[in-house]
Design a binder for this molecule. Structure first.
Ligand code: HSE
Length: 333
């Protein structure tokens, strides 16, 4: 049995969602010869630490009642101190990011890599804003830094490229990369509700960013475009290079008029052109997917065109991609 120790940083929708699947799949992972032990869970106000391993069932029950601080292993130590003091094989950085500086994830990832720990993250901001530096830091320390869950939720894009499309030169990538705006635009068409009401629903579903203007104003999509440009197209792109227009000004009248003429309005991230904008998509087009789905069209020189459709947001769906990275990185522990 291979034993792997983990630190989970961030225990909101994504962190708790990951922990739930880890708990649920414990026996399945054991059958694969993998035993993951969580030695610390960090959230904003403090952390739970246990060298013997934390019972995730207990933590999840407490988290559901917002009573994490009642755990016997609770301390007021914040994540940066925990990453200094507690050693683990892999750090799961699952906090929400801030679009200006990439914090707190940026600091967490640097601290983990400098401390000799591999990193798997769902946090797009630090990867989009500090890609070169973090990649170099991982390489210099001979460690892995993986971020499949940062783009497209459950859709395998980065690992698909690494594993299955190795021989391909990716020529273009574009599509719907934000579940919240797709949910909002779909609801405006299907139920005739306003952007504001549809956004409230998306927030209740836990798919919107902590600051939902990141979704609506296209910033979340722009971060994903940067990550895909640097990773899939091998470019050296910064967030400032992306032209961004969100869906804030799209009215119910506009979506209804579009549908009358056989089109839907979708927020499209065009990776090759470095652009995020609402576009008219024919109703029959493969990118016309509904609800919180994402859809990505990827064109490459050998495989040709691929369309990938899947849930781009949500705790379980994101956990699927986190696990794809986690099991990959586990080979290097
Ligand atoms: N708020 C994001 C979305 C979450 O709606 O796609 C996943 O990145």
């Amino acid at each position: 049995m291979k034993k792997i120790s983990l630190i989970i940083v961030g225990f909101g929708v994504i962190g708790a969602g990951f922990a739930r699947i880890l708990h649920e799949k414990k026996d399945y992972l054991r059958d694969l010869g993998l035993e993951y032990k969580v030695v610390a869970v960090c959230e904003k106000e403090g952390s739970i630490i246990s060298d013997e391993g934390i019972d995730l069932g207990d933590v999840l029950r407490l988290a559901d009642g917002k009573k994490l601080a009642q755990h016997s292993g609770w301390t007021k130590k914040k994540s940066m101190q925990v990453l200094d003091e507690v050693k683990a094989d892999i750090v799961l950085e699952l906090t929400p990011g801030d679009v200006k500086r990439g914090e707190p994830g940026y600091g967490h990832i640097k601290k983990a890599l400098s401390g000799g720990m591999h990193v798997v993250t769902s946090n797009k901001s630090p990867i989009a804003l500090h890609y070169g530096e973090l990649k170099r830091l991982a390489e210099e320390n001979n460690l892995k830094l993986r971020y499949e869950a940062a783009v497209g939720g459950a859709i395998p894009l980065l690992n698909l490229r690494d594993k299955c499309l190795k021989i391909n030169e990716i020529k273009s990538v574009y599509g719907i990369l934000n579940g919240t705006t797709n949910y909002v635009l779909s609801k405006m068409v299907e139920e005739g509700i306003s952007l504001e009401n549809a956004l409230d629903e998306a927030r209740e579903l836990g798919i919107a960013e902590s600051d939902p203007s990141y979704d609506i104003d296209g910033l979340d999509t722009a971060l994903k475009v940067v990550i895909l440009a640097n990773n899939l197209l091998g470019r050296d792109v910064s967030f400032e290079d992306i032209r961004v227009q969100g869906i804030r000004d799209i009215t119910s009248e506009a979506v209804q008029l579009a549908i009358k003429h056989g089109y839907v309005i979708k927020l499209i991230g065009d990776v090759g052109r470095g652009e995020v904008s609402p576009r008219l998509i024919p109703v029959e087009h493969p990118l016309n997917v509904s609800g919180s789905l994402n859809a990505v069209l990827l064109d490459s020189d050998v495989a040709g065109e691929l369309t990938l459709i899947g849930y781009g947001a949500g705790a379980r769906q994101t956990a699927s991609s986190i696990f794809s990275d986690l099991t990959e990185v586990t080979q290097f522990v």
